[in-house]
Design a protein around this ligand. Structure first.
Ligand code: ISE
Length: 340
């Protein structure tokens, strides 16, 4: 049995605890850690964890913890990932690895010095069936050469009162930055970002246009105040055809001359299956030491941070920004295969 610790008992920490307890045969929930012990105890009690703690460092060091899931606030992700590397513990780190590309480089340096990968990053959309089929359609020639990818990422409302347009780029859009890189197999070279004007003081959508090294164009709309539902869409356009994501809903209701399907309230419902697949791949990584074929690594965390920094600068300046990133170290070349 692989004994897991979860650091962070908030929204995502509780969701991971639920997955470990209900959907992860072969894993046990050993410790739930949070600075707020009461919150840690509530999650531990609900999902049957053996212990609780308010000290991330001591949890990582525990002999009865084989691997760690980091779901604490963003600014703790890089330091805690480095602590796991130092302790020789594999870690599934929620996105982002860091909003600072410099901090991400610190994790890459520590991991390369340790001589093996320890960090799997929580860009779970790589495990979503729609994106898996899109990537397969490109790989098997159905679409011809990729030309464009259009992306919409809509939340019901901003997750925090202090959320800004820049955070739409640094907090929400990294999902698109990562999944588009993964589907196209290319890197971004430039970004332009703009916002429409709302009639109220809510954060307006951000619309970005990005170019890739292979001459493709990518559009990303992030609207954190869409109001109607959690709605993520994508369409991959090739020279011979396109693949678009259907709205994901298990049922349709027909009533009183109308037909309707429901939206999820947030990402946890829409991507539950992807989180389960991702976490099962993490468990296999812990058990075998083989990094999963489609998972995001520290390198992917660095790449997302570089694009996010350029995007936030593009929004602030109103100018198209060139995206410069270091070449991928051979250490992270890996063998990219199919889904789990
Ligand atoms: C949130 O942090 C997530 O990671 C969700 O997957 C994303 O849809 C949401 O926009 C982010 O705020």
């Amino acid at each position: 049995m692989t004994r897991l610790a979860i650091i962070g008992a908030g929204l995502m920490g509780e969701d991971h605890a639920s997955i470990v307890a209900r959907d992860l045969p072969g894993a046990s929930l050993q410790v739930v850690c949070d600075m707020d012990l009461a919150r840690a105890k509530a999650v531990a009690s609900t999902y049957g964890a053996a212990d609780v703690s308010d000290s991330p460092e001591s949890v990582i060091a525990r002999a009865d913890v084989d691997a760690v899931i980091v779901a604490s606030p963003d600014f703790t992700h890089a330091p805690l990932s480095k602590a796991c590397i130092a302790a020789g513990k594999p870690v599934l780190c929620e996105k982002p690895l860091s909003q600072s590309s410099e901090d991400c480089l610190g994790v890459l340096k520590a991991e390369q010095a340790a001589g093996r990968q320890f960090v799997m990053l929580g860009f779970m959309r790589r495990y979503d069936q729609a994106y898996i089929e899109m990537r397969a359609a490109l790989a098997n020639g159905t679409l011809g050469r990729a030309l464009m990818m259009h992306n919409f990422h809509r939340n019901v409302e901003t997750p925090a009162a202090d959320f800004t347009g820049a955070m739409a780029i640094t907090n929400s859009a990294p999902h698109e930055f990562d999944i588009v890189r993964h589907v196209l197999g290319s890197e971004f070279t430039s970004v332009t970002a703009m916002q429409p004007r709302r009639s109220d003081d809510r954060v307006a959508p951000v619309v970005m246009v990005l170019e890739t090294r292979d001459g493709q164009l990518v559009t990303i709309e992030v609207n954190n105040n869409a109001a109607y539902g959690y709605d993520v869409r994508a369409e991959l356009v090739g020279e011979a055809g396109s693949v678009a994501m259907n709205q994901v809903a298990y049922t349709r209701t027909d009533r009183k001359l109308a037909s309707s399907t429901r939206y999820d309230a947030d990402w946890r419902g829409r991507y539950h299956e992807a989180y389960v697949r991702q976490n099962r791949d993490f468990l296999r990584f812990v058990e075998t030491g083989t990094f999963p074929a489609i998972a995001s690594s520290s390198w992917d965390g660095y790449a997302a941070a570089v694009v996010a920094e350029a995007g936030a600068h593009a929004l602030a300046t109103g100018q198209r920004q060139t995206i410069s990133m270091m070449e991928r170290p051979a250490f992270y070349a890996g063998v990219k295969g199919e889904a789990a």
